[in-house]
Design a protein around this ligand. Structure first.
Ligand SMILES: O=C(O)CCC(=O)C(=O)O
Length: 273
């Protein structure tokens, strides 16, 4: 077991982020990139939906990554012994892409409580300032900030959610990662990222881990994957995929995951006159 050290736990409590943590070996990175390439061959709408929304439900490779001991051991040190995955998907920016992520706090719109929720951002390429690595405001996880919906073009978030507070350049920390390394960030930390100004892609697989005591707000039912510990019954189970992009899994995914809180929908076609 790769338990979090006491200093790492203290650093996470203080800053709301921890990185870099080595987790995947090169063949594991290559296998996950292979899934991205297969999804890349789908039509634009299908590609977008599969990359952004619970991609682990259509790929056994990604499903297995949710249980990866090097990831879950660390997460357990932050959210407790019962660990679920509520969501997972890709934040992928092509080379020279203007896509960006506005400064936001996930807790503002995910509808889960309490805040014992951590994202593992697993780098499948290098992630650096020039290709638009994630940036965080360390320590910002302690206070909720007001948000506005901007619906800005090129914003990778569904409604262009953005904190209504200016982040000064000196406040931001670049989360620089090599392929196979991950960062862990708190659900309430302010984070975002700039466009990819490089000639390289920037691809991160994000896994949303929640403590076993976390539940949906407002009495909603939702689904999640128990990856460690005991089921406390707050979520319904997900159906594991049978392989890689199996048509039955892709059809089930299309039926149940047309929308997610983090996903930017494909804009509707203009109404005809
Ligand atoms: O990958 C990025 O640039 C942003 C990631 C993000 O917003 C998230 O993990 O919630």
């Amino acid at each position: 077991m790769i338990a979090l050290s006491a200093p790492d736990r203290a650093a996470f409590d203080e800053r709301g982020v921890l990185f870099p943590l080595p987790v995947l070996a090169p063949p594991e990175v290559a296998a996950a990139l292979g899934v991205v390439a297969r999804i890349g061959a789908e039509s634009p709408d299908v590609r977008k939906r599969l990359l952004l929304h619970k991609t682990h439900l259509v790929s056994r490779t990604l499903w297995d990554l949710l249980f990866h001991p090097a990831i879950v051991d660390r997460v357990e040190g932050l959210v407790g012994p019962d660990v679920r995955v509520w969501g997972a998907g890709f934040f992928a920016k092509e080379a020279r892409s203007s896509d960006y992520v506005s400064w936001h706090q996930d807790a503002h719109y995910w509808g889960l409580e309490p805040d014992d929720i951590v994202t593992a951002w697993v780098a499948l390429t290098d992630s650096s300032p020039d290709n638009g690595c994630m940036r965080v405001v360390a320590g910002s996880h302690r206070s909720p900030l007001p948000h506005v919906d901007t619906f800005a073009a090129d914003n990778m978030l569904s409604r262009g959610q953005e904190i209504a507070v200016k982040v000064e350049a000196g406040q931001a920390t670049d989360v620089v990662l090599k392929p196979g390394e991950m960062s862990l960030h708190h659900v309430r930390i302010a984070h975002g990222s700039e466009p990819n100004r490089s000639d390289r892609p920037r691809i991160g697989f994000v896994i949303r881990y929640i403590g076993g005591h976390v539940r949906p707000t407002g009495g909603r039912r939702d689904k999640a994957v128990l990856v460690r510990g005991t089921d406390r019954g707050f979520f319904d189970p997900e159906t594991p995929p049978t392989g890689e992009l199996d048509p039955a899994d892709v059809a089930r995914h299309a039926a149940s995951h047309g929308a997610s809180p983090n996903a930017k929908p494909v804009p509707p076609a203009p109404a005809s006159m």
